[in-house]
Design a protein around this ligand. Structure first.
Ligand code: FAD
Length: 480
């Protein structure tokens, strides 16, 4: 039996592929309809157009990644991308005919199904997994059992200890829910990262948290206004109707997400209002039925300006793995957003994450049973971190406030030290949601304080420039 934890696009792709390869598979998930995959919008990046190639896709990924991408990982994922699109089509998934353009891409290469690609694809993969006989149960991972660097078992809330495990696949997603303003669902508290870290797994790039520039909340309902809206002609304006983004970047609305997020954040902090103006999009209702429905539900139309704000969206950091998903713990795989392959570097190119989740999931059986290589750790420095196994717990809501205030879009040494002092006072050693949230946030603030430069999505007001000496990763591991 192979156990997979998480029922997002990464977990379901792995389940289908492993089942097809003849394995018995159980998927354990905290919430079947949880995770980012269900709410993801824009689509999947792959170079399939005649004017495009994996090499151009790789060049775009490397440029946006700001000097920290793992070049081998970039080559791997961009060359596997057309293969995975072909595979989905063969399985019966229908993409819309057009390819969309998103920020940072030099070609139209975003494969999508309306503006709800993730939702439709997750439901499709779930149906396939069930048809193939994958066993899916709702339960929650609490701890891992690791001896001599090898996975032996794991503990869940309902089932207790499951032992004699040869392989465990973590597909538990990222931790972007841990900021007060976010596009992520409440399941995304970084459980897999915290749990595996306590058991000895190495994490990397935790400081790189991508903020999405265009989120809206209408009558309490949160909606991400996908990047492709801007590719299709949406404008970002202030209360005077001015397209202020050109003050911050020559590409205006199509500037990379980090630049736009900072621009909107600064305008809001300066007391301005910021809106998305959708009126320039041709064929809006057909191209964006999800956004159109959302506006209608809240009494708005394409003619109205929609108030927007930036929020935490995607976490680049995670469990350090190679492109096969192998962590430094033998038998423990991590795939999708819980993992860090180095594909995204210091900044993720839009629509590369569903791609990464799909490729890692579908390709997993290829590598199963091969000698365990584990990740490379020679492109950075490894620091050990002590856990606190007593003291009070901090509520997830409080963690979210601390992160937004001190570990957010604009960071400073003083703010990060303040966050660390708060997290150092709470219990980070037990497997509860609160303790996981505080531990992952502690690791994020810790790495962000170490990185005394601004690069990619990590911005320090006290170190606004890039420092060539920091072209290396920060690896963290628990103190023995
Ligand atoms: C609004 C939004 C739009 C996006 N749009 C795009 C896009 O257009 N293109 C793109 O490439 N990326 C997009 N992303 C990012 C992308 O959706 C994610 O990176 C991707 O879906 C991650 O998939 P995953 O399977 O790794 O994790 P998730 O889909 O987050 O799934 C995690 C799973 O783990 C389970 N889980 C978590 N903790 C536990 C636990 N302790 N025990 C048991 N189960 C657990 C959850 O229940 C869930 O099933 C978007 C993200 C958001 C939030």
């Amino acid at each position: 039996m192979i156990y997979i934890v998480g029922s997002g696009i990464a977990g379901l792709s792995a389940a289908i592929a492993l089942r097809r390869a003849g394995h018995d598979v159980t998927v354990i998930t905290k919430e079947l309809s949880g995770g980012s995959s269900h709410v993801s919008k824009g689509g999947i990046a792959a170079a399939t157009a005649v004017d495009d190639s994996p090499q151009i896709h790789a060049e775009d990924t490397l440029r946006v990644g700001d000097g920290l991408c793992d070049v081998e990982a970039v080559k791997y994922f961009t060359s596997e991308a057309p293969v995975i699109i072909e595979e989905l089509i063969k399985m019966g998934f229908e993409f819309d005919n057009d390819l969309r353009l998103e920020g940072g891409h030099s070609r139209r290469r975003v494969h999508h199904r309306t503006d709800e690609t993730g939702k439709v694809l997750t439901e499709f993969l779930l149906r396939k997994a069930i048809e193939l006989g994958v066993n899916i149960v709702e339960d929650e991972l609490m701890a891992l059992q690791v001896r001599d660097g090898v996975i032996r078992g794991f503990v869940t809330r309902e089932r207790g200890l499951i032992s004699n495990v040869d392989y465990l696949v973590l597909a538990t997603g990222g931790y972007a829910y841990l900021w007060q303003y976010t596009s992520n669902p409440p399941t995304n508290t970084g459980d897999g990262i915290a749990i595996a870290f306590r058991a000895g797994a190495v994490v990397s790039d935790m400081e790189f948290v991508q903020f999405h520039p265009t989120i809206t909340t209408l009558d309490g309902e949160v909606m991400l206004l996908t990047e492709t809206l801007r590719g299709e002609g949406a404008r970002i304006v202030n209360e005077f109707g001015e397209r202020f983004t050109f003050k911050y970047h020559e590409h205006g609305e199509l500037a990379p997400r980090d630049v736009l997020s900072r621009a909107i954040y600064i305008e809001l902090m300066n007391g301005h209002k910021v809106y998305m103006d959708l009126s320039g999009i041709e064929g809006f209702e057909e191209k964006f039925p999800g956004v159109s429905d959302f506006l209608r539900r809240h009494g708005l139309s394409i003619k109205d300006r929609v108030p927007i704000y930036p929020g935490a969206h995607f976490t680049i950091g995670g469990l350090r793995v190679n492109v096969r998903g192998e962590t430094n713990i033998k038998g423990l795989y991590a795939i999708g957003e819980v993992a860090d392959t180095g594909l995204h570097g210091a900044n993720r190119l839009a629509s590369n994450s569903l791609l990464e989740a799909l490729v890692m999931g579908f390709n997993l059986p290829r590598y199963l049973g091969e000698p365990w290589a584990g990740p490379r750790l020679d492109d950075g420095s490894l620091t050990t971190v002590r856990l606190r196994d007593n003291g009070p717990l901090m509520s997830v809501d409080e963690v979210r406030r601390v992160n937004w205030e001190y570990v957010g879009i604009l960071r400073s040494g003083d703010g990060l030290r303040k966050a660390l002092s708060l997290y150092e006072g709470v219990n980070t050693a037990v497997g509860t949601r609160e303790s996981n949230a505080a531990l992952v946030s502690y690791l994020t603030a810790y790495s962000a304080l170490l990185r005394t430069e601004s690069r990619g999505v990590h911005y320090r007001v006290d170190y606004p420039g890039k420092d060539a000496g920091w072209r290396r990763r920060i690896y963290l591991r628990v103190s023995p």
